[in-house]
Write a protein that binds this ligand. Structure first.
Ligand code: F0G
Length: 461
């Protein structure tokens, strides 16, 4: 284990937002009122908000300045062309369609790609991605390498696709029953873990062999490129933008939630390399669902911030700071005996709640119990990535098996300081002291899809 060193900030702070910590009794009441689901807390009841890195980043002065140059024409606004130029430059893709966020892209693109009954193949579907596959009547299958599920063992690319398993599955089920192959970069659900360039090439080769479209779920594409630079032989001297260009040279299309690595509060896109027919089909869905295809549910000013954010997201100094800040938090937590997904990934520290709270079985949601305790003890809000999020098998209604029970401490971009990181560690010290007394949770209310957003829970007696 290396020593925890907090990186130097490659920015200074021009504007601040006040936050306040309510006391422990108030937090206990608040989380009870919220049905022990941190999603139902008011943000003002939270001191450090690690629910997500999505849309929670701080835009730069350059992005804010871009807002003033928003062209709010209904069609063909100038900011669209700025975005198009950025996408062509960074990803080498010809066609781009903005959408209001990542799931807007999934909603409009998946009906073009998948038919009911088909399998969608992914290293690990993000929950809305899986949700959109299932809403179409298609079936989502994950193929993350097994090393990923052993949190304590080092592997440089724990986000990788299990190529053999993917290939065997397509051979068994038949390519005609498969809709597309997708790589989620970085692999959010496995711990913000990167996918190597070699694995990208190998996955592309399998997709090509079976004549399936190969698509990137691109929310954290820049962090993925940074890890390739740091960990994959042959890329140590390659500029991030060139790594990104190579990554995307193997893909046919992308969906993106721009709320992560493109550092905007709202936005997303579909982009297509060169297949005009595919582009036109996607565009046709975007118009009724999101809006005319040069604005896709966004204001012109937001598209400008996005076009600028794409470049800020691939800035190596930014990426170095970001990834090292997360490594700092992860290392500090390991120092006090908190088990985490190791090595730390790109956007969050994932705490292994199965290991920390072995007394709570999966169906009583150990990582959810940990999130409630962490909030009560320290005012930090984090999110469960485990059985609670995994939900039920849509065919049997049974609790689906989750390989891991993780609590994600998701770090917003350019928002929190070293003192905030240290405060999170202090919160964990208090939780570790009472960990053996913590109990699981069961449902009071459960929605049929994406239940973790709205569920109400109660402690198990
Ligand atoms: N794909 C990935 C890999 C994601 O992480 C997300 C969102 C989406 C797609 C959907 O994008 O939110 O813009 O509609 N992830 C957020 C998170 C919500 O907290 O990890 P969206």
């Amino acid at each position: 284990m290396t020593k925890a060193i907090h990186p130097l900030e490659p920015f200074k702070i021009k504007m601040i937002e006040k936050i306040d910590m309510i006391d422990r009794d108030e937090r206990t009441q608040a989380v009870k009122r919220a049905g022990y689901n941190p999603f139902a807390l008011r943000a003002e009841e939270v001191y450090i908000d690690l629910l997500t890195d999505s849309g929670t980043g701080a835009m730069s002065d350059h992005q804010w300045a871009g807002l003033m140059s928003g062209d709010e024409s209904y069609a063909g606004g100038r900011n669209f062309y700025n975005l198009e130029a950025a996408v062509q430059d960074i990803f080498g893709f010809q066609y781009v369609i903005p959408t209001h966020q990542g799931r807007g892209a999934e909603q409009a693109f998946f009906p073009v790609l998948a038919k009911p009954g088909q399998f969608a193949l992914n290293n690990y579907h993000f929950d809305t991605t899986k949700g959109h596959v299932e809403l179409l009547g298609a079936k989502a299958r994950n193929f993350t390498i097994k090393e990923s599920f052993d949190t304590s063992t080092y592997h440089p690319f724990k986000g990788n696709m299990d190529i053999k398993a993917l290939e065997a599955f397509i051979e068994k089920e038949g390519a005609e029953n498969c809709a597309f192959v997708m790589l989620t970069i970085t692999n959010n659900s496995a711990g913000g873990q990167p996918v190597s360039m070699q694995n990208i090439k190998d996955t592309a080769a399998v997709a090509k062999k079976f004549n399936l479209k190969f698509i990137f779920d691109s929310a954290r594409f820049a962090e993925n490129a940074y890890f390739i630079k740091m960990r994959e032989a042959g890329y140590e001297n390659t500029a991030i933008i060139d790594i990104v260009r190579e990554m995307y040279s193997y893909a046919d299309a992308l969906t993106m939630s721009a709320k992560k690595d493109a550092i905007v509060n709202m936005g997303g896109m579909i982009a297509v390399r060169e297949d005009e027919e595919l582009y036109i089909a996607a565009r046709t869905y975007v118009v009724p669902m999101e809006g005319f295809y040069t604005y896709g549910g966004l204001s012109g000013r937001d598209i400008e911030a996005l076009a600028r954010g794409l470049y800020e997201g691939i800035d190596e100094k930014h990426l170095n700071y970001r990834v090292k800040q997360i490594e700092y938090l992860g290392t500090k937590l390991m120092e006090i005996g908190v088990p985490i997904q190791y090595p730390t990934g790109g956007h969050a520290v994932f705490v292994d709640a199965k290991k920390l709270l072995p007394q709570i079985p999966a169906h009583e949601f150990p990582a959810q119990a940990l999130s409630v305790a962490l909030y009560i003890e320290s005012g930090v809000r984090a999110v469960e990535i485990g059985s609670f999020l995994e939900g039920r098998d849509p065919e049997t209604g049974e609790q689906a098996h989750s390989e891991m029970e993780l609590l994600r401490l998701t770090i917003p971009r350019r928002v929190y300081t070293q003192t905030h990181m240290d405060q999170i560690v202090e919160g964990f010290k208090k939780v570790v002291a009472i960990k053996d007394t913590l109990k699981g949770y069961t449902f009071e209310y459960e929605a049929p899809v994406l239940r973790h957003f709205t569920a109400r829970l109660k402690p198990v007696e």
